[in-house]
Design a protein around this ligand. Sequence first.
Ligand code: ZN
Length: 277
Amino acid sequence: MMDSDTGVSTAPLLGNDEPPAVELVNANGRSSAVLVCDHASNRVPRQLGSLGLDAVQLADHIGWDPGAAGVARQLSTLLDAPLVLSGYSRLVIDCNRPLRSEGSIAEQSDGVAVPGNRGLSPLQRERRINVLFRTYHAAIDRLLDGRTLRPSLLLSIHSFTPVLNSRPRPWHISVSHWRDRRLAALMLGALAHCGDFTVGDNEPYPIDEDVDYTIPVHGEGRGLPSVMIEIRQDGIRTAAGTAAWAARLAEAYRMIEAEALRIPGSSFISPSASGPS
Ligand SMILES: [Zn+2]
């Protein structure tokens, strides 16, 4: 279907046979941990083709966080924690970028031009926002709103590329926080006891409200202790690596859970102040 004036498709962004914008796993999980995975998938809605990229580019870290969803799913099982995963590529719309950010619908990423994101009309942009971004964040809001009487700590699971701009990255895993460092400090301390590896403390990615959405809005925005956990992708390329990191994170979480739940805010969640903006 085409609009005769604009030549833009008026068909729904997602066909009936395509996966939903968001997946909710173990919604009634009994853990205090609430897991989210913003960059879980590199799928592109059929209507958008491949955004002008080839399969190798879409499979690379610019399209998603390789391995992150696998770790998040296993962690959800190990902790009996609810998990919300985004269903589509961050290149279609990045669920961890404020809508005002240039990276929301990126015209280039890590030096790769994204032809399918150039010259979008307001309608095309709005459709991605409504169908993908808002749907994903509404699912997180609903999940958290439903837990107002239960203690909750928000863990956002990502992965990062081992080399960026020709620079190798030394950290095997990193824990990042926004203004409130308390949960991050506990996780950093626990991970130090979980094996001999290098842990990034707010690096390679510190959280910035101009760049990040999930932790500032769903975490600290609600007064909820929250961290972003990033695992280096070469550590989670195999099933064994994925299982090992999920097990370490579960162990670290169990070590600090009781203390973390004494952080003010963890035992009561403020209702969502506003929907995604
Ligand atoms: Zn990510």
